[in-house]
Design a protein around this ligand. Structure first.
Ligand code: FES
Length: 182
């Protein structure tokens, strides 16, 4: 099954680096150079925008507003077109997130198995709201829409590690492992 967000197979076994983010954003000139390199690497790839956005976020921890113009220029798109894609997908962020990202699946199968309550519990034990980041920058909490573990719902992903059949108690244990349990 093709994932419109990743442009590839749903990531039951993630192929990408951890979704950790740097503690601080690189200087703007470094960000611009990084983005221009990434755009050049994908410039001839059909449908390059999504792979570029993923690569930029992996490299910088977010897609800073100041690099949207570089991406648009490199792909001969308008800033509005690029911004529209960034804002459409909850995965993409324009501000730096936490050093670890906890994603709680909110798609149908997980919803049927208590994902709403699990998300509320996550917000409580992690000490930040949905789409939020702890004040100390340790963790961000994000929804995600199917992790490919529907038969083992509810599922979450912490960094690049998947967790299936997650109970509130298990989530508390995971939070404790991150050193942020309330
Ligand atoms: S619906 Fe949650 S993993 Fe598929």
């Amino acid at each position: 099954m093709t994932d419109l967000l990743t442009g590839g197979t749903l990531r039951a076994i993630p192929q990408e680096p951890a979704l950790t983010t740097p503690a601080s954003r690189p200087p703007a000139h470094d960000s611009t150079a990084t983005v221009k390199t990434i755009v050049a690497q994908h410039a001839t790839t059909p449908g390059a925008l999504l792979p570029i956005l993923h690569a930029v976020q992996d490299a910088l921890g977010c897609i800073p507003p100041e690099v949207v113009g570089d991406i648009a220029q490199g792909l001969n798109l308008s800033r509005a077109e690029v911004h529209g894609v960034i804002s459409y997908y909850p995965h993409f962020r324009q501000q730096p997130g936490g050093r670890q990202v906890v994603q709680v699946c909110q798609a149908e199968s997980c919803k049927a198995m208590g994902a709403d309550a699990l998300m509320a519990h996550a917000a409580q034990v992690l000490g930040c709201g949905v789409h939020g980041t702890r004040a100390d920058g340790a963790v961000s909490l994000e929804p995600v829409y199917c992790l490919g573990l529907c038969a083992s719902s509810p599922a979450i992903m912490v960094g690049d590690r998947l967790h299936a059949r997650v109970t509130p108690q298990r989530l508390s244990e995971i939070a404790a492992g991150l050193g942020v349990a309330a």
